[in-house]
Write a protein that binds this ligand. Structure first.
Ligand code: GLU
Length: 505
């Protein structure tokens, strides 16, 4: 990285309005890599008090998916990456959907043709295929052979008479070099002879990315284009387009790839899913934002928990890295747990309740839920874990567990002893002086010694009897919240089951 390319940008940024954009192609579900690009663009705009806009790049009709635009917006909304201009909210450079700007691209393509920076190409797909195959045989890189670049006006008239609709191709200089600049990576020089005459406008009237994105970034006054590293090889084409129009290119920053921990391409195998699946799984947007920010950026060499305000305050391109970022799914889970623990109880209850309500298929008693929150807050890392941790507070009737689970290891071969312990504990709890967890524990704990078992073994049986599970919030606090009546009912029901199913007396 050369300091020349970084420093002036940083100084100048405070003087100008930073305009960044997220420009998705609606071809599928957005994944976390997309959201990382969106986040970095958003953070840069927010840091400099600039504008962040959303542009829909729907020019590839074959890959277009109807739900793609909404999925992108929903993912941005979920993560709180608000846009100031976009297809839904409008803005000074509307429309923000490329399929509604075809006239603009056509005019710009025409201008390049008129100024001899582009030409019409009538080659059929069959001909192009033949050219490609011949190049393969000769072990040459596949590229257009510039057949139409030199058509005479008569030749052009002849093919036009056949009714062939042309594409518009860029007239790449045959020699010389093109220098591209990247804020993160410095300058790279490309020999023009290695570049091809790429298509700007397709025969269906839709532009390619090479034309549309440059025209829009210029017209929409984008100051910084943050995009994936996969666009780096196309950068010389884009610089050539800017040059041909005689426009100043924006600052480009190509963000590094995101790899799995084994350094292969990130996939589901590494625990990476579509962005909105993280919502389903109970991740918090703040945690995901924090996690994504650290995929290629750092505050310093050690800080991991950085909230949104702090990100906005400190984010800048000078700490964006170019080496691949490694996705660590466990770190995201850990981070989510940290954010859950830091949430106010009421907010956590609001966020977590829908998970339980979906599971139970009915609304839950929110007052009761607020009493449960402090018991589970330290124990869940994902909101979805609330279901396993707390559903038994809301179920009525018999719990589902089998007698082996109730007996546990200690009592597996001695159900009679378990029965005695359960009966004694139930009696003590019935007689407890006030339904408060300290008192409940004081009433039951001495029984372990009396029966010659470990407290954990005794409490284990009670836990399954009262909750149906082996891992729960602390036993006596759970009993306190569950209440006198339901706790005793569940204990009695366990006693009955033990008698009935094991014959213990
Ligand atoms: N539509 C392009 C994509 O989804 C955007 C690249 C860019 O940000 O310029 O990859």
């Amino acid at each position: 990285m050369s300091s020349e390319t970084v420093l002036p940008a940083c100084f100048i940024l405070y003087e100008m309005t930073v305009r960044t954009r997220y420009a998705p192609s609606p071809t599928g579900e957005p994944h976390l890599g997309n959201m990382r690009t969106a986040l970095f663009s958003w953070l840069l705009a927010r840091h400099y008090g600039g504008r962040f806009f959303l542009r829909i790049e729907d020019t590839d009709q074959a890959r277009y998916i109807e739900s793609g635009i909404e999925a992108q917006m929903e993912a941005l909304r979920w993560l709180g990456l608000t846009w100031d201009e976009g297809p839904d909210v409008g803005g000074p450079y509307a429309p923000y959907t490329q399929s509604k700007r075809l006239k603009i691209y056509r005019e710009h393509a025409d201008r390049l043709v008129a100024e001899d920076h582009a030409y019409l190409c009538y080659c059929s797909p069959e001909r192009l295929d033949g050219v490609r195959k011949a190049q393969q045989v000769r072990k040459e890189p596949p590229r257009y052979d510039r057949h139409c670049r030199g058509l005479s006006p008569e030749e052009r008239r002849a093919v036009e008479a056949e009714g062939t609709s042309p594409v518009v191709r860029f007239k790449t200089p045959l020699d010389g070099e093109t220098v591209t600049h990247d804020v993160l990576r410095g300058s790279v020089t490309f020999q023009n002879e290695t570049l091809d005459d790429f298509v700007l406008l397709k025969s269906d009237g839709y532009p390619t990315y090479h034309l549309a994105a440059q025209v829009d970034d210029h017209l929409m006054e984008t100051t910084h284009v943050l995009r994936g590293e996969e666009w780096l090889p196309s950068a010389p084409r884009h610089f050539l387009v800017y040059q041909a129009f005689d426009w100043e290119p924006p600052a480009f920053a190509h963000l590094s790839r995101i790899l799995g921990p084994d350094r292969s391409k990130l996939s589901k195998r590494h625990g990476a899913h579509a962005a909105l699946e993280y919502r389903e799984q109970g991740y918090l947007p703040d945690a995901v934002v924090n996690f994504l920010a650290l995929l290629g950026w750092s505050l310093d060499d050690h800080t991991e928990i950085i909230d949104r305000d702090m990100l906005i305050r400190h984010f800048d391109l000078d700490r964006v890295l170019t080496n691949p970022a490694v996705f660590n799914a466990e770190k995201l889970v850990w981070m989510n747990g940290v954010y859950i623990r830091e949430m106010p109880d009421q907010r956590l209850a609001d966020e977590a309740a829908p998970f339980l309500e979906r599971h139970l298929a009915r609304p839950i008693d929110r007052e009761l839920f607020m009493r449960i929150i402090p018991l589970v807050k330290e124990r869940i890392k994902l909101l979805s874990e609330i279901v396993d941790m707390a559903d038994f507070f809301f179920t009525n009737g018999d719990l589902k567990y089998d007698v082996e689970t109730l007996l546990g290891k200690r009592y597996a071969s001695d159900p009679a002893a378990a029965l005695k312990a359960l009966e004694a504990a139930t009696e003590r709890l019935e007689a407890a002086d006030g339904w408060e967890h300290g008192r409940l524990e004081a009433a039951v704990r001495p029984l372990a010694e009396e029966f010659g078992v470990k407290t954990g073994e005794l409490f284990g049986v009670l836990r399954v009897a009262v909750t149906g599970k082996t891992a729960t919030p602390p036993l006596f606090e759970t009993m306190e919240v569950l209440g006198h009546k339901r706790t005793l009912e569940r204990l009695r029901s366990a006693i009955k089951r033990l008698r009935g199913e094991t014959g213990a007396k």
